[in-house]
Design a protein around this ligand. Sequence first.
Ligand SMILES: Cc1cc2nc3c(=O)[nH]c(=O)nc-3n(C[C@H](O)[C@H](O)[C@H](O)COP(=O)(O)OP(=O)(O)OC[C@H]3O[C@@H](n4cnc5c(N)ncnc54)[C@H](O)[C@@H]3O)c2cc1C
Length: 396
Amino acid sequence: MPGWQTPARPHIAAMDRTFPPPRAAALDHLARVAPRTGTAYAARRNTDAGPDAEPTTTALSPYLRRRLLLEPEVIAAAAEAHGPDAREKFVEEVFWRTYFKGHLETHPALWSRYLDLVADGRNQLATQSGLRRVFADAVAGNTGIDGFDDWAKDLVETGWLHNHTRMWFASIWIFTLRLPWALGADFFMRHLIDGDPASNTLSWRWVAGLHTRGKAYVARADNIRRYTEGRFSPTGLDEDPVPLEENDLVRTVPLPPAGQPPQGDVALLLHLDDLNPETLDLGAARVVGIGGLLAHPPGAVDRVRHADEQAMDDALARAAARFGCPARRVEAAEDWSGGNPVVTAWAPVGPSAAALPAGCTRMRRPFDELAWPPATRGYFQVKSAIPGILRALGQP
Ligand SMILES: Cc1cc2nc3c(=O)[nH]c(=O)nc-3n(C[C@H](O)[C@H](O)[C@H](O)COP(=O)(O)OP(=O)(O)OC[C@H]3O[C@@H](n4cnc5c(N)ncnc54)[C@H](O)[C@@H]3O)c2cc1C
């Protein structure tokens, strides 16, 4: 398909914000950013020097989110570039994603609660003109808050914000503008090219003080000045906010059991949370048909939908070549499997999981099987498990 070529550049000056979806481009991107996952990453990752400066992080998230790249693969690339010690900070950050995935898997009600809160927030916007005005100014980048307005416009125009900027943005949204947090999370999910139910919902909850209860993330003007290298200097921020609270806590549920691939002929279903069919362990099953189910994040804008579609088509083409059988996009309600049992990679909580047909066999990857069980509480338990997980996967 046209428009997929990654520009060949000796150095990445500004970040390539098109995130071309095919796995070949993802691998190319990984090769180019692996040298940046060592000590320079640890030293500079909190700095957002702006869209035209050399990036301080890897921008691997659009690929990891769709599993065009796998976590063990990017961790191995970092080790190869730097050795196991210098890449430590980078690996810890990759495991933040894993932690959030495992946490949402064991607290699925946090996702349904978020969806309910988005609906509540929309009702409030419909009935409260003051709130509606503040919301409209926030998403249009028209609040007069230095930095925040640029970030709102950057997000809409490019689908991307640096991690630290996401934290400042969410904090200002919740505590200075006093807008409902779920509407901010929804604004992110619609526009982010890496929009992910677990990382996004739980990061917004974390900023609000709902994830680590009573501990909110506070955006401070001096921190913004420092880590934007003086590009922004906002005034009027609420730097002494009260963390949000919720009355009813969400219960932890056991990790649902994973399936085993059936013997004999199967139909393989691909979805947007795992577009890596070549590496799925299908045991003795023989794939005779392949379907691709597109379940975009709710309200996703065209840029995100287009990236999802390109990524899916690339995965379908790779799967067809790997298994030697036809592959095409399918609809959730369609009967496409020819009567064969349907197998799929595990879809974590979110739109793909909600769209999977009843009765399909969902198989978890060894990485998730190892890393999700300790994710029921805080990140620390996952962090302590990292060396054992990497050893079990045969990584240095
Ligand atoms: C309010 C808010 C919303 C967010 N929404 C999303 C989202 O929808 N999708 C998403 O993938 N990430 C989200 N994040 C996490 C983080 O901002 C992005 O993963 C990161 O900015 C991606 O940039 P990178 O690939 O250059 O990261 P790098 O710093 O290069 O890190 C490498 C990889 O580690 C993972 N990672 C790094 N930091 C985090 C983190 N804090 N939390 C979870 N995973 C992390 C990502 O997969 C990332 O690609 C959000 C953070 C905040 C504060």
